[in-house]
Design a protein. Structure first.
Length: 179
């Protein structure tokens, strides 16, 4: 199962790299794509890595989109068109939308959240629809999976595994990582 993760300069290290590593370990193929002008990504806390490629072309190969949070969200979300358009395309094709921490702000501003969701406290200010759940680390509502913060990465990953692969796959993964 292939997922697309949007990576940007100043994304939160654990939310992007930790999520991608855990999902890869669970058998997902996670393509770390970027809209930046370079494939070299500099995270919010000083990690440098290379995105797998630029985001372009069809999304047909992907089951879902992952949008991590980080400092870049506050700096770019109000003027962004690319991430919002990408998320809108995923929603139009009835694919999974997954975002954590401040990442759901892109979905909120694009009017893509209709059900229950969570996000970093305060990020719900962009809420146009749906019901904000403040006391959950991860929330699944149909094909929308959201998580509250960097401290919720495991809960986020568990919710993705359980939703896309089922309970048995989640138990096997948790046993594999000695959770």
């Amino acid at each position: 199962m292939k997922l697309l993760m949007v990576v940007s300069h100043d994304n939160e290290d654990v939310e992007s790299l930790g999520t991608a590593a855990l999902l890869s370990r669970a058998g997902f193929e996670v393509f770390k794509g970027t809209f930046e002008s370079t494939l070299t990504i500099h995270t919010a806390y000083g990690t440098t890595y290379h995105a797998d490629g630029f985001i372009e072309g069809s999304i047909d190969a992907y089951e879902g989109l992952i949008i991590p949070g980080g400092k870049y969200v506050a700096a770019t979300v109000d003027d962004d068109t690319k991430i919002k358009a990408l998320a809108t395309s995923f929603k139009a094709q009835d694919k999974y939308l997954m975002a954590l921490c401040a990442g759901p702000r892109f979905l909120m501003q694009a009017g893509l959240i209709e059900g229950q969701f969570t996000c970093y406290p305060g990020a719900e200010k962009d809420q146009q629809g749906g019901t904000y759940i403040s006391n959950q680390k991860a929330v699944v509502d149909g094909k929308l999976i959201t998580a509250r913060s960097a401290g919720s990465v495991y809960d986020f990953v568990f919710a993705i595994i359980q939703t896309l692969k089922g309970d048995e796959a989640l138990r096997a993964f948790q046993a594999n990582i000695a959770y």
